[in-house]
Design a protein around this ligand. Structure first.
Ligand SMILES: [Zn+2]
Length: 303
């Protein structure tokens, strides 16, 4: 007996890449479960911020789906309003981490375009080769609209992005026309294909995204299209912090700052990672080793 694929692939913490062949559209669908609960449990987030962070986590994973890169891809929002910072990162190995910081009461709903001096940055970083960063002022209300706007401004290909999150799951769907010769869509015989696929997707509600098995969701939306599914990739919570990185950060503070902190803290500097709660302790001997090391031996800082 042949088992349907639906039962073999885990429902959560999986990234699916697919292609709507006739329409010439490629897509990514990601559904985070345990990885998202791990991230959201790190702070007592108000619901509206938790959902926005969940959407950002799903989006960071989606953005890794259609590009080849090494290192990490991050999505970052900052403002001078009550939402100070929201950061979501996914590595090329599918390791996710994220955090948000806020001050005072957050409005409900939390609309990004109401935040003063709001900006969004998308960064692709490699530990040795430096990074590429695109920064835009935010004029969109939602995380999905902000990323769509970013694609419109900085890339030639449009993208349609849908995101949904609650306390349990974070789900994202991204569609892009496949580039053909000369920048046209690959489906040149089907000029309306992109509009047709967008229209099929427009009916999708957050509750349906959160409550439907990924493959069933694709079938429901695109059963009239030819859907080709690629091998799914697992994603999981994971942090990229290390003692070496913390050491590099400490060294950048300078000798005076490090020595005065050691004096105040009974000879120990403790650094706790905000993403994963890992503890790194440096005593006077460790600090002396750090400060006397030749920075050129450790190209830990990005250009
Ligand atoms: Zn960490």
């Amino acid at each position: 007996m042949i088992e349907p694929i639906v039962q073999q692939v885990p429902v959560n913490d999986v990234l699916h890449r697919f292609m709507l062949e006739r329409a010439g559209v490629r897509g990514v669908l990601v559904r985070l479960g345990e990885s998202w609960r791990e991230i959201s449990s790190r702070a007592d987030y108000p619901d509206q911020l938790r959902d926005l962070l969940g959407q950002s986590m799903a989006a960071s994973a989606l953005l890794t789906g259609n590009i080849k890169f090494e290192g990490s891809l991050s999505l970052e929002f900052r403002s001078d309003g009550p939402l100070r910072l929201m950061f979501a990162e996914c590595t090329d190995k599918g390791r996710l981490r994220g955090i948000a910081r806020w001050e005072g009461d957050l409005p409900t709903p939390l609309d990004l375009k109401d935040l003063p001096a709001a900006m969004m940055a998308i960064t692709i970083g490699h530990p040795e080769r430096g990074r590429y960063q695109g920064v835009v002022d935010l004029d969109a209300g939602s995380v999905a609209d902000a990323i769509e706007g970013y694609f419109e401004r900085s890339e030639q290909l449009p993208a349609r992005i849908l995101l949904a999150a609650d306390g349990d799951q974070a789900v994202g769907l991204m569609l892009q026309p496949i580039p053909g010769e000369g920048g046209h869509s690959a489906a040149e015989d089907d000029a309306d294909a992109w509009d047709r696929v967008r229209a099929l997707t427009a009916t999708l509600e957050s509750s349906e995204m959160l409550g439907t098995h990924p493959e069933e969701l694709l079938y429901r939306l695109y059963h009239e299209e030819t859907v080709r599914l690629y091998e799914p990739r697992e994603v999981a919570f994971g942090c990229t912090c290390s003692r070496e990185r913390v050491g590099t950060m400490l060294r950048s503070l300078g000798r005076q700052e490090i020595e005065s902190t050691l004096d105040q803290r009974e000879g120990e500097i403790e650094v706790v990672c905000e993403f994963c709660a890992a503890r790194y302790v440096f005593d006077r001997v460790d600090a002396e080793v750090l400060l006397s090391a030749d920075p050129s031996e450790n190209p830990g800082t990005l250009q």
